[in-house]
Design a protein around this ligand. Structure first.
Ligand code: AMP
Length: 219
C-alpha cells in the first residue's frame, strides 16, 4: 500500500498516518519528522532547514526531493509506505512520480484532508508533541493530567516552535498558495480521495478505510 496524505497543517494527517501505517503494516514517512530530527541533531540537513521551519516556509524543493529520494532507497519501504507532508509542491509531485517509476511501484491513492482555517488555527495552537515517542496530543480533546508529560510514555510534551499563532498563519498561507494546487494535480490522475479531517479520530480512520476499499473495488 502506497498512500500520500495531503492537506493543510493541523488537519490531522500525522495522526491518521500513524493509524494507517499500523493498519497496513507499512512505515509512516513524515518529512516534517525527518527535518525536526535533523534540526535537533544539528546535522548538515538540519542546519539548512532550521530557518525555514522556524518561519513556516517550505524547505527548497531540491533539498526535499533529495531527502525523500534517499530515504525511499531503504529496504524498509519495499512493501509500501504512508507519505505525510510530501509532496508539497507540483515540482515535488513530479519528482516523486519519477522516484516511483525508478522503484517500479504505483501510488494507490492520495487522501486529501479538508478543514476550515479557524478550526485549524485552534487545533494547531493546542497541539503538543512528545519528544520521546512522537505521539501527538490536543490539550482540549485529550485529557492530559499533566500538560508537560506524555501520558503514553512519560516523555516530555512540548509545543512545536512553528505551532505559535503567527507562524501557523504563514504555514496556512503557504499551504494555500503552493500545496493546494496538488489536489487538482491528483484529481486529474484519478487518485484523489477527499475526506473531512476535523472530527473524531477513530471515525475518520474508519471512513478512510471504507473509501479506500470502495476505490479498490472500482479498479
Ligand atoms: P509538517 O510536520 O509536515 O507540518 O512540516 C513542518 C515543516 O517542515 C514545514 O512547515 C516545512 O517548513 C518543512 N517541510 C516538511 N515537509 C516539507 C516538504 N515536503 N517540502 C518543504 N518543506 C517541508
Amino acid at each position: 500500500m502506497i498512500l500520500i496524505l495531503l492537506g493543510p497543517p493541523g488537519v490531522g494527517k500525522g495522526t491518521q498516518a500513524k493509524l494507517l501505517a499500523k493498519e497496513f503494516g507499512v512505515p509512516h514517512l513524515s518529512t516534517g519528522d525527518i527535518l525536526r530530527a535533523a534540526v535537533s541533531s544539528g546535522s548538515p540537513l538540519g542546519k539548512r532547514a532550521d530557518d525555514y521551519l522556524q518561519r513556516g516556509e517550505l524547505v527548497p524543493d531540491d533539498i526535499m526531493i533529495g531527502v525523500v529520494g534517499e530515504e525511499l532507497n531503504r529496504s524498509m519501504y519495499e512493501s509500501g509506505f504512508i507519505l505525510d507532508g510530501f509532496p508539497r509542491t507540483i515540482a515535488q509531485a513530479e519528482a516523486l512520480g519519477a522516484i516511483f517509476q525508478r522503484m517500479n511501484v504505483t501510488l494507490d491513492a492520495v487522501i486529501s484532508f479538508e478543514g476550515n482555517e479557524a478550526e485549524l488555527v485552534r487545533r494547531l495552537s493546542r497541539r503538543r508533541m512528545c519528544r520521546n515517542c512522537h505521539s501527538i496530543f490536543n490539550l482540549e480533546i485529550d485529557r492530559i493530567p499533566n500538560p508537560g508529560v506524555c501520558p503514553r510514555c512519560g516523555g516530555e510534551l512540548y509545543q512545536r516552535e512553528d505551532d505559535k499563532e503567527e507562524t501557523i498563519r504563514n504555514r496556512l498561507e503557504v499551504h494555500q498558495r503552493l500545496t493546494s494546487p496538488l489536489r487538482d494535480y491528483y484529481v486529474r490522475r484519478k487518485l484523489l480521495i477527499p475526506v473531512q479531517g476535523v472530527g473524531e479520530i477513530e471515525g475518520i480512520h474508519k471512513r478512510i478505510l471504507s473509501l479506500l476499499a470502495d476505490c479498490h473495488a472500482k479498479r
